[in-house]
Ligand binder design. Structure first.
Ligand SMILES: Cc1cc2nc3c(=O)[nH]c(=O)nc-3n(C[C@H](O)[C@H](O)[C@H](O)COP(=O)(O)OP(=O)(O)OC[C@H]3O[C@@H](n4cnc5c(N)ncnc54)[C@H](O)[C@@H]3O)c2cc1C
Length: 472
């Protein structure tokens, strides 16, 4: 054990700290698949331990990275500078209040568990990232996670009423109140939502719940090409139809997913929709949607049962693993586009693929303009890797130029920190850095995340790493 590790162990007496290889490796990776080995993993069980741990760590000036479920895509929870990891996953209590329609939860509570317990009370917690069975509410709040139903219900930010947080030096702050309304002071709670663990550690949250929808109906339509699908999505939105889900898959993704699932060959773009509400609302919206699909799609289908709906979801669920049929490695981003600029962006994106000789695949959330774009390349070919990185850089700049955003839900983390001034401009980025300094004067919390880009040259994601959500 190094002298730093010994000092940490002594300073954290009474708190569970792990130094074994397995714990250190598990805390060294997230869904970015990069790996940076920590000095120690501090396993938090009670909120008060966070304050004590941070006081001790900041006293020793050891950098500290905050971790929930480790499903983040941009290395935000990883200890790039080799410091300690603060693991919040065991702080996972959930209390549902049926009267005020709120949930009080520990930062480590798993997203889908909160919704399941709310459902038992006839309520729902709508933000539903695809990682909902693995990601924690602390990570969701830190990244302002969105989900499939963000089109209608919004993202995590829309459901956070109040937070208990700890600053880098271990000071407890109670931000906002779990009340429907109040008007006093500045809204510091919202600064923490989307701050990716750079301002402080979220210990507890009070969340807004809604009434569970009475009824849901799923529909799927195929289109001659990507542009026809985008036009149909715009038509649906302008008809004042607000589906809870409107997922787009481009023709390349559909082709891969069909092959991957041993389904009949298909190369058409796809929209997958879910309507929800009261039975009469869903009936009325289905009728209107059917009329729109009849005019604009090649073919369409409505599910008549939950099993039928599951069948319609099969292509969408297959698209992530299926794209590896195009090549063995991917570079991807989750850009956001103004809805009317979507066709222009994808025309540019496909042209980039041709220019750099790379296969592309894209899918995403058509109602909020948030798309997961991918260039596929041979990971063992350095020239292809460089071409893919350059092509993605051009794609991100184009999305921003069109009035879009670098990230819709994954955040910047360590991997995309260089895009902060690109997206927000130098002046706004400078204000953000000043705020970071106010909460974390020594700069020990989540170093290199968002504000201070790291040099990643010579570092690559681990190959053949199996993470819990990879199981298919
Ligand atoms: C298969 C898959 C599907 C996904 N789908 C979606 C999706 O649909 N929508 C979406 O938004 N994201 C999605 N993601 C990305 C990821 O799941 C989300 O970013 C999620 O919010 C991360 O939560 P986590 O608990 O795993 O956080 P971690 O990965 O542990 O951490 C992510 C960031 O949050 C910070 N953080 C974590 N906990 C705290 C805390 N208590 N206090 C302060 N900071 C904290 C970390 O420091 C880090 O910067 C997906 C990921 C996978 C693997």
């Amino acid at each position: 054990m190094t002298s730093k590790a010994k000092a940490l162990k002594n300073a954290l007496s009474g708190i569970d700290v792990a130094f074994d290889d397995e714990s250190l490796f598990n805390a060294s990776v997230d869904n970015s698949r990069y790996s940076f080995k920590p000095l120690a993993v501090i396993k938090i069980k009670k909120s008060e331990e966070i304050g004590a741990a941070l006081k001790a760590v900041s006293g020793l000036e050891i950098p500290i990275s905050v971790r929930g479920g480790g499903s983040g895509c941009c290395a935000g929870a990883l200890p790039f500078e080799g410091g300690a990891v603060l693991d919040l996953s065991a702080l996972n209590f959930i209390e549902i209040d049926k009267v005020s329609w709120t949930a009080h939860v520990g930062a480590g509570a798993i997203n889908s568990r909160i919704d399941a317990l709310a459902n038992e009370a006839g309520l729902a917690y709508p933000p539903d990232p695809s990682s909902k069975n693995y990601s924690t509410i602390g990570g969701n709040i830190a990244c302002n996670a969105g989900g499939l139903r963000a089109a209608k219900y919004g993202a995590t930010r829309d459901y956070v009423m109040a937070l208990k947080v700890y600053t880098a030096e271990g000071r407890e702050l109670n931000l906002s109140r779990p009340l429907k309304k109040f008007a006093s002071g500045l809204n510091l709670k919202d600064l923490f939502i989307g701050s990716e663990g750079t301002l402080g550690v979220i210990a507890e949250a009070w969340l807004k719940l809604v009434k569970k929808p009475e009824c849901r109906r799923t529909a799927l339509a195929y289109f001659a090409d990507d542009c026809a699908a985008f036009n149909c999505a715009a038509k649906i939105l302008s008809a004042n139809l607000m589906p809870s889900v409107m997922e787009f898959m481009d023709a390349d993704s559909v082709e891969c997913a069909a092959k991957f699932s041993n389904a009949p060959a298909k190369k058409s773009a796809m929209l997958l929709l879910e309507l929800d509400g009261s039975a009469s609302e869903v009936e009325q919206s289905s009728k209107l949607l059917g009329e729109i699909f009849s005019g604009l799609s090649e073919s369409f289908d409505f599910a008549e049962s939950p099993e039928g709906a599951e069948k319609l979801w099969a292509m969408r669920r297959a698209c992530s693993p299926a794209m590896f049929l195009l090549n063995n490695t991917k570079i991807n981003q989750d850009i956001v586009l103004p809805i009317l600029k979507t066709p222009e962006f994808f025309w540019f994106f496909k042209a980039l693929g041709e220019k750099y000789g790379l296969k592309t695949a894209s899918f995403g959330h058509a109602a909020d303009g948030n798309y997961h774009i991918h260039f596929m390349y041979d990971g063992s070919d350095a020239a292809q890797k460089a071409a893919a990185q350059e092509a993605m850089h051009e794609a991100i700049l184009k999305a921003v130029e069109l009035g879009g955003a670098v990230s819709g839900e994954h955040g910047l983390g360590i991997l995309k920190a260089k895009y902060l001034p690109v997206q927000n401009g130098e002046s706004e980025a400078a204000f953000m850095r000043s705020i970071k300094k106010l909460f974390d004067p020594k700069g020990i919390l989540n170093p290199r995340v968002m504000f201070d880009p790291a040099d990643l040259s010579g570092r690559s994601p681990l190959q053949n790493l199996k993470l819990p959500w990879d199981a298919k």
